[in-house]
Unconditional design. Structure first.
Length: 106
């Protein structure tokens, strides 16, 4: 079977020194194939909160779990250090919640 993109794939193969390559008909399909190839099912992918929703759905369709982190306003990179604790101090008004329920953040 000959790909509709055989000529383009041949040029890319020559550029990469003979390595096999595939030219998918869309970037979404290419990303989906790459994620399925290199990431274990159920694995987590760190994503920027400003990514396009299409990328989010491609990650979900590949069977992965997107994880988002806040961005550092100075350089736009994900900020991985927490600036505040995950648990808030006990609030007596919240006694009606079940103790095993996860905390709710504002």
């Amino acid at each position: 079977m000959v790909s509709a993109y055989a000529e383009r794939e041949g040029r890319m193969r020559d550029r990469l020194g003979g390595r096999e390559c595939l030219c998918p008909p869309s970037c979404r399909l290419g990303l989906h194939l790459a994620l399925r190839h290199w990431c274990a099912p159920g694995g987590r992918v760190l994503m920027s909160p400003v990514n396009d929703d299409v990328i989010l759905f491609v990650v979900l369709a590949a069977g992965l779990r997107p994880v988002q982190a806040p961005l550092d306003p100075r350089d736009g990179r994900p900020r991985l250090r927490l600036e505040r604790p995950l648990r808030r101090p006990h609030d007596p008004r919240a006694d009606s919640a079940h103790p095993a329920d996860p905390p709710v953040f504002p």
